[in-house]
Design a protein around this ligand. Structure first.
Ligand SMILES: Nc1ncnc2c1ncn2[C@@H]1O[C@H](COP(=O)(O)OP(=O)(O)O)[C@@H](O)[C@H]1O
Ligand SMILES: O=C(CO)[C@H](O)[C@H](O)COP(=O)(O)O
Length: 489
């Protein structure tokens, strides 16, 4: 097939593994989106704060969505595929078979998900070491990173998992291995979740100090001793076996992966905003903050030199944009919290029935309901008496305190649809205030941010975007210079 400029079309497949689903997109060489497909993935919570997935289930979902987006396309014109995924921990044995990460011994469940908080005691001990690598994760390691999870496996599942394990992968690196047979890791995952330094490599003293000296003795072969920049071409490309699974030609290029938030950040932070009369036009890219908002929100800001922001992950060199340092703020549950609040409310069945009758999402229905009940007031004023503290799953940034819990004040005895809508609004506002706290911490440390670029599932919600603009715009700054741009990924 020839395009308008008569050059042969080339196609590329991007696969995005989020918390709740896998998505694939087919794009041409100009970056135009031609096809999209998604597929839900399984999730287990065998006990409170233990969250597990299956690498086989996720790979199968990657295959389903990839086959869908390339349907009807001449496979000779497909040039490459790349993966991004949540930063969950995948465990395989020495023959690359799944190993159980649970007391039940269910090897199907071989992934400890990013939001799993089982390793609380382990992360406390890691933080007590005050090792210098902790300076590069905001001063405090999160229970959501990989070192505490590895220590938990060694301490709690030594016989059934730790001793048998041959490979611990971040999920994005598992997917690129599955596609190519190459065990090289992406600099993105190792720097952001595993304490690897882009400049100095692994720090043996850290792993020895926390009791995981066996990883060092093994020359890091289980967690990665070949590291490539995101986007680098892996080995000989797609293996025949993976090609068959995915419905693609063998040998096409496969890129070293990215964590999902970093792929989103890379996708939006350099957006060409010319012609939209936005104040950020002509401003440096370092004045932009990419906010990737799905189950969680991740706040990605870049700088020319390292900036140490207490309670905000990083600074990470070249982990998202080559040559730039990255700081990553975050809120562990945002979309997940909205779903929890709305679905757990007594008026949810009524909401669902009304939304279905109008062929709307529950969020679109709630937004229109808020417009109805606000009367002459701006919608934000509906919550003068009701307030939410959103740290139901701890605070990732800037307080970096996993022990924090959520809170609602101003509840009444009524539980009708108006109450649900107002609770939903208060939750959206609380999340937006959380973003504001992160921006303030980043600015206090030296960032200068004037524009938020939102993407991910929550950016489909105009109320969520508007509240972020209103609440971060009141940050003592010239309101004219604050704006939120939305890009759907
Ligand atoms: N149409 C929509 N309107 C408003 N919010 C939505 C919509 N679709 C999804 N969401 C929100 O987005 C979240 C999921 O975002 P997504 O980017 O798909 O997550 P993940 O990458 O973590 O799987 C959900 O928790 C939900 O709150
Ligand atoms: O820790 C993260 C990135 O560093 C993400 O929060 C995690 O990967 C989950 O992402 P999502 O909310 O898009 O599913």
């Amino acid at each position: 097939m020839l395009g308008d400029n008569q050059e042969p079309q080339h196609y590329y497949v991007g696969v995005d593994v989020g918390t709740g689903s896998v998505r694939a997109a087919l794009v041409d060489q100009g970056g135009v989106l031609l096809a999209f497909a998604d597929q839900p993935i399984k999730r287990w919570e065998p006990q409170f704060n233990h969250h597990e997935q299956s690498s086989e289930d996720i790979w199968a979902a990657c295959c389903v969505v990839t086959k869908k987006v390339v349907q009807g396309i001449d496979s000779n014109q497909i040039r490459g595929i790349g993966f991004d995924a949540t930063c969950s921990l995948v465990v395989l044995d020495k023959q690359f078979h799944p190993l159980p990460v649970n007391h039940e011994g269910d090897s199907h469940r071989n992934i400890i998900m990013w939001l799993d908080h089982r390793a609380v005691s382990q992360v406390q001990r890691i933080n007590e070491t005050k090792h210098k690598v902790l300076q590069y994760v905001g001063g405090v390691m999160s229970v959501e990173m990989q070192a505490p999870k590895l220590l938990w496996l060694k301490e709690k599942l030594r016989e059934t998992c730790w001793n048998k394990a041959g490979h611990f992968f971040d999920l994005p690196d598992f997917l690129s291995w599955k596609a190519t047979g190459v065990t090289a890791r992406s600099l993105c995952s190792l720097v952001c979740k595993w304490t690897y330094s882009a400049e100095d490599g692994w720090d043996d003293s850290f792993w020895k100090m926390i009791g995981l000296e066996d990883l060092v003795a093994d020359n890091y072969s289980k967690i990665g001793n070949q590291v490539l920049p995101p986007g680098a071409s892996l080995g000989n490309g797609l293996t025949p076996e993976a090609a068959k699974d995915l419905g693609l030609p063998a040998g096409i290029a496969v890129a070293a992966s990215l964590i999902d938030a970093h792929a989103g950040g890379l996708g939006v932070i350099g957006a060409d905003v010319r012609g939209h009369s936005l104040a950020c036009e002509g401003q440096p890219v370092t004045s932009r903050l990419a906010v990737i908002c799905g189950t969680s929100s991740c706040h990605m800001g870049i700088s020319q030199g390292p900036i140490f922001v207490p309670g905000v992950w990083g600074p990470y060199f070249s982990a998202m944009i080559p040559g730039f340092w990255l700081n990553e703020g975050g809120q562990s549950v945002t979309g997940g919290l909205l779903d929890h609040m709305v679905q757990g409310h007594a008026a949810f069945p009524e909401l669902q029935a009304r939304a279905t009758a109008r062929c709307q999402s529950v969020y679109a229905y709630l937004n229109s309901h808020l417009d109805l009940i606000k009367k002459a007031q701006p919608v934000g004023f509906l919550t003068v008496d009701l307030h939410v503290w959103p740290d139901f799953h701890g605070n990732r940034s800037p307080l970096a305190d996993l022990t924090l819990k959520g809170m609602v004040t101003g509840l009444k005895l009524s539980q009708d649809l108006d109450d649900l809508a107002i609770l939903y609004l208060a939750t959206v506002q609380a999340i937006a205030f959380g973003t504001r706290l992160i921006v303030e911490a980043m600015e206090a440390a030296g960032h200068s941010i004037s524009t938020l670029f939102l993407c991910g599932g929550l950016s489909k919600n105009p109320l969520f975007v508007q509240m972020h603009a209103d609440i971060t715009g009141g940050n003592g700054k010239n309101e004219q210079s604050w704006e939120s741009c939305v890009s759907q990924t």
